[in-house]
Design a protein around this ligand. Structure first.
Ligand SMILES: Nc1nc2c(ncn2[C@@H]2O[C@H](COP(=O)(O)OP(=O)(O)OP(=O)(O)O)[C@@H](O)[C@H]2O)c(=O)[nH]1
Ligand SMILES: [Mg+2]
Ligand SMILES: [Zn+2]
Length: 304
């Protein structure tokens, strides 16, 4: 039996790297059945055991337990868990200053999904060339104060690429975010010559057009691995109940310790320290609104 790492999954085939060689592997049926609550039994980043059946081909017999995972609720298979990638160290949430516009809502959702899956989070604000950097300082203030590294980059102008490299170096990082924010462009900057397909500027206005269509694991020369993912519009949270949401908002969690009710949801309850903090300006209204929106959506989507 050989052991290797899955770097690409295409339909029934998993591409596995083992001792510097690549194998195209199918899956033993017992492995499929064991994971039927998930959209795919094997995902990029998985460590698998396989037997070589012919040169360069094999059959996966088992998947090792995942150290971490980035999961989302599968919109196309309601209730199932879609594991985007396994065994990464961190998620680099990529947003753009504009085109497409920055949405804190998606950032907050990624923070929850990543934290829940055992991953660290860093934030990359790309396309900084399109605005005054000062207009974006609120992002650094908000997420920096919560403890997440915040980078300002321009893949086109080559701004902030050294800082990005130092965040990626010797780590396994998945780049995630909306379509068109520049994930593939940033990876091309870090590792020139990869030639990842990026969106044609003339087609950039076309909505819903994804340029990257496969999740792919790539080694980078500075050390470490990056995973390029196709952009998504909305991140459905998997395995997050209503009662869990506040835990992932560190600032709200802290303030909430002073609420009158210990199980306060910070929505309708009297003597709520969180609502008071918003009124007094001690808690950013945007943060509170983001909390409320996520709370609302987990009610509908709760998997418990
Ligand atoms: N002005 C500006 N444009 C950028 C920057 N980075 C990327 N772009 C452009 O934005 C468009 C989208 O870039 P991609 O790298 O394809 O975006 P992506 O996030 O990989 O998109 P998907 O693969 O669809 O998820 C391309 O036309 C890029 O040239 C940047 O820093 N500044
Ligand atoms: Mg891409
Ligand atoms: Zn409260």
């Amino acid at each position: 039996m050989k052991q290797g790492c899955v770097f690409k999954v295409e339909g029934p085939w998993s591409q596995v790297e083992s001792d510097g060689l690549n194998y195209r592997c199918s899956l033993r049926k017992k492995v499929k059945v064991a994971a039927d609550r998930q959209t795919s039994p094997v995902v990029v980043g998985d460590t698998v055991q396989f037997v070589e059946t012919s040169p360069g081909e094999g059959v996966i017999e088992g998947i090792l337990e995942r150290r971490t995972k980035l999961s989302r609720l599968a919109p196309w298979a309601r209730g199932k868990e879609h594991v985007v990638v396994a065994n990464m160290d961190q998620v680099l949430v990529v947003v753009a200053t504009k085109d497409p516009p920055l949405k804190t809502r998606l950032i907050d959702r990624y923070i929850i999904a990543a934290t829940n899956g055992g991953l660290r989070v860093a934030l990359c604000v790309n396309k900084i060339d399109l605005v005054d950097e000062g207009d974006m300082s609120w992002v650094k203030d908000m997420y920096g104060s919560l403890g997440y590294p915040v980078l300002f980059t321009s893949a086109v102008k080559g701004v902030g690429i050294d800082e990005l490299a130092s965040v990626l170096k010797d780590r396994k990082t998945v780049l995630a975010g909306q379509s068109g924010v520049g994930k593939s462009s940033l990876i091309n900057r870090i590792q020139p010559g990869l030639g990842l397909r990026i969106q044609d500027i003339r087609k950039a206005a076309r909505k819903g057009k994804h340029t990257t269509s496969w999740v792919t694991l790539l080694g980078i020369d500075i050390g470490g691995y990056v995973v390029d993912t196709p952009g998504i519009r909305e991140l459905g949270l998997w395995d997050i109940g209503k009662q869990d949401v506040a835990e992932f908002f560190g600032d709200i969690w802290e303030i909430g310790k002073d609420c009158h009710f210990s199980m306060c949801s910070h929505t309708h309850e009297p003597r709520c320290a969180v609502k008071t903090a918003v009124e007094r300006g001690a808690l950013d209204k945007l943060r509170y609104e983001s909390y409320l929106r996520i709370l609302e959506s987990t009610k509908e989507n709760s998997t418990r």
